[in-house]
Write a protein that binds this ligand. Sequence first.
Ligand SMILES: NC(=O)c1ccc[n+]([C@@H]2O[C@H](COP(=O)([O-])OP(=O)(O)OC[C@H]3O[C@@H](n4cnc5c(N)ncnc54)[C@H](O)[C@@H]3O)[C@@H](O)[C@H]2O)c1
Length: 466
Amino acid sequence: MSENKNDKLTETSGTSRRKFVAGAAGATAAVSALPISSYAQVAGSDKIKVGLIGIGGRGSGAIVQNMNANDRAQFVAVADAFQDKIDGTGPRAKGIPQIAKQLEKDGKSGQMDLPESRQFAGFDAYKAVIDEVDLVCIATPPGFRPIHFEYAVQQGKHVFMEKPVCVDAKGYNTVINAAKVADEKNLKVVVGLQRHYQDIYTEAFKKVHEDGMLGDIVSAQCWWNGNRPWIVAREPGWTEMEYQMRNWYHFNWLCGDHIAEQHVHNLDIVNWFVSGDSDKGGHPVSAQGMGGRAGTEPKSVGEIFDHHYVEYRFGKEHNNAVMNSQCRHIKGCWRKVAEEIHGTEGILYLGAGKITDLKGETKWQYRKPRAGDPNPYQVEHDRLHKAIAEDTPLNNAYYGAHSSFTSVLGRMATYSGQEISWKEAVDSNFSIMPEEFDFNAEAPVKPNADGDYYVAIPGEYKLPWK
Ligand SMILES: NC(=O)c1ccc[n+]([C@@H]2O[C@H](COP(=O)([O-])OP(=O)(O)OC[C@H]3O[C@@H](n4cnc5c(N)ncnc54)[C@H](O)[C@@H]3O)[C@@H](O)[C@H]2O)c1
């Protein structure tokens, strides 16, 4: 066993610095006894207690944006799998010191009240944070999202959660079911697909769906072709679980592959524009594609592909539209992150913020960026606090789940080399998560004797439900 201090923490309750007063079951019983109108109510003059689960790059940004969204917000509790991420001392860690520095810069230091007794490390630490707060920001690797979201909703808390929101069918079904409970409990949920809060996208959506500038949508293209992701070198004494948690990007149970982790943004835009539904979103009905691992990254790092190409098909209610999607993480290749929507009367280029007719004549051009333009990463938190204050409906979990599972469908198609239907994949309820969460538990995938991980071979890879 390693001497890692996180291992010691998981030996007991899995949560450091504070023992649970009541287990999850006890807490649930108490909350369920409340009338629905009593969930997560925050009266006019009250402080809003906010917690963070996953104090990495995005979580740190999100919590600062959350504090900037509302003077009444107080950052009161934090959880991370690793104590050194909280302290800002581990690999890729900036921790509490960075958040404190940024809040000071923003004149918001008074909104942070984070004694050691409300800093929790370990796999179960999320429960202690959720129990403590009115609103939780969840920014862990996506594999955990359904578990954390379900518990937050069960405990009657408002949620900001990062994308993607699932990496398998069980996760998707969990999020959809929890979203329905969130509606019943009148909870507000924002998902960090921030393009929904970005003017260029919302303006373009109006041009397409209010002004009809594209005619009928027939197809779409989208890309996330970028660079290879970060790698944390294995350290002696780490268990396999610790290696995978530190390198979560490279393992499907944590990340969903980069088609989920990055490309979900672009798939989500196409789902949004093709379905025309800003509230619940839409999704394709099938996918087939190809992909693999062609770049220089050794198989000893992890199991994900470095490129995917997927042809998604929408159903007849969406003109049988087709989406062609590409994502690649290989150094030195052509780069593009954008979406394009094709209609019978025009083409929308979202990267350029422009609509042309089919001959290329510009019909609409979004204005040039201006200093002081709203930052969508800030706007999403502003809207969340506004919805809580004014008690207006806000729940992004449905479209978050649809778009996240669109990426999972694509991954299953490229790994297997088969055509996959949305329905069969969702109905299978397949799960790729481990049985047990502990740094000494068995990891769901393991390297072979040469230290290499299995990378899916299309044509051989078995779909989990077949
Ligand atoms: N919307 C966007 O544009 C955007 C940008 C960046 C990241 N993100 C998303 O935010 C999420 C986090 O990304 P990041 O770049 O901040 O990663 P990160 O590695 O910097 O941070 C993740 C943190 O979560 C912690 N963690 C892992 N498992 C945990 C668990 N079970 N309980 C508590 N903490 C746990 C990790 O130790 C780490 O500190 C990802 O889903 C990513 O897709 C979104």
